[in-house]
Design a protein around this ligand. Sequence first.
Ligand SMILES: C[S@@+](CC[C@H](N)C(=O)[O-])C[C@H]1O[C@@H](n2cnc3c(N)ncnc32)[C@H](O)[C@@H]1O
Length: 275
Amino acid sequence: MTDERLARVAQGWDEAADGYEEYFVPRFAPWVRTAVDSLTSGSRTAQLSDGPILVPCCGTFPELELLVERFPARAIAGIDLSAGMVRRARERAARLGSADVEVVQGDAGTLDPRWSGACAAVVSVFGLQQLPDPEAALRSWVDALAPGGRMCVVYWPGKTEDDGPFALLAKVIGDRSDSSWEDRLVGALDAGTVERDEFVDFPMTHPDAATYFDAADRAGPMRALALARGDAYIAELRQRYVAAAPAGEWTHHPRARLILVRKPPSRAEATPPTS
Ligand SMILES: C[S@@+](CC[C@H](N)C(=O)[O-])C[C@H]1O[C@@H](n2cnc3c(N)ncnc32)[C@H](O)[C@@H]1O
C-alpha cells in the first residue's frame, strides 16, 4: 500500500473511532469472545506457553477485557495504525488499570522484529481483510509465536452472506475486490499447524437500513472510501442503499472466517521425559 493510501486508511479509522466503539464493538462482541476463547480451547493445550499476547489491528481494543480476565499476569500488546483508535485503546487499558498493557501505533502488516519468536499468543479480529498483503501479515504474525504458541485470526471474508446489510452494501458500492488471497492463507501458515479453519456466524441486529449505512459511513470501514470519494458520492450511495433495503429492524447472520494455528512446541517440550 502506498504511504498515501495507508494514511487515508488511518485517517478513516481516526474519524471512525468513537462511533466504532459505540455501534460496532457491541455487535462484534461474539466473534471477539470466540477468538479469545479459542486460544485455550482443546484439552491437550489448555495452557498458553510463556510470553506476551499480541493483538494486531486492535482498534479500540475490545479484546482487552477478556484477555486480562483470562490471562491476568500476562504482558499484552495491541498494535493499530490509527492514532484515534490507539487513543481509545489506551483509555480502555487505563480504565482497566492493568499494568502490563502496551498499545503501539504502527502498521501491523509487518511486525517489528522484537516480536519474532517471543509471543505466547497472537489474536486479531476483523483487521486482516484490511491489510494490503494479508498473506505476508499472517506469516509475520506466525513468526511472532514462541514454540507452542497459538494464533487466532478472525476476519471478514469477501462474501459474508448471500443477503443482508453487508451484502447489500457491497452490491451498491459495486465491490469487485479480489478475494483470491483468502485461498492462499493456509499456504502462508506452513510454520504452524492449522487446528481450526471454519466460518463462524452470529446474529446481528440494526435498527434499520439507514442507521446501519450511517454507522458504516461514519464509524466503520466506509470512512476511508468516503474520504476518497466525497460527500456527493456517499449521499447517492445512501439513497440507493435505503431504497433497496427492507423497512424496519434488520437482523442478519454474517459469517466470519476463524483460523486457529499452533506453532510446534520446542523439541524439549515435545519429547516426554524418559525417567
Ligand atoms: C474493524 S477494526 C477491528 C478492531 C478490533 N480488533 C475489533 O475487533 O473491534 C480494524 C482495525 O484495523 C486497523 N488497521 C487497518 N489497517 C491496519 C494496518 N495496516 N496496521 C494496523 N492496524 C490496521 C484499523 O485502524 C482498525 O482499528
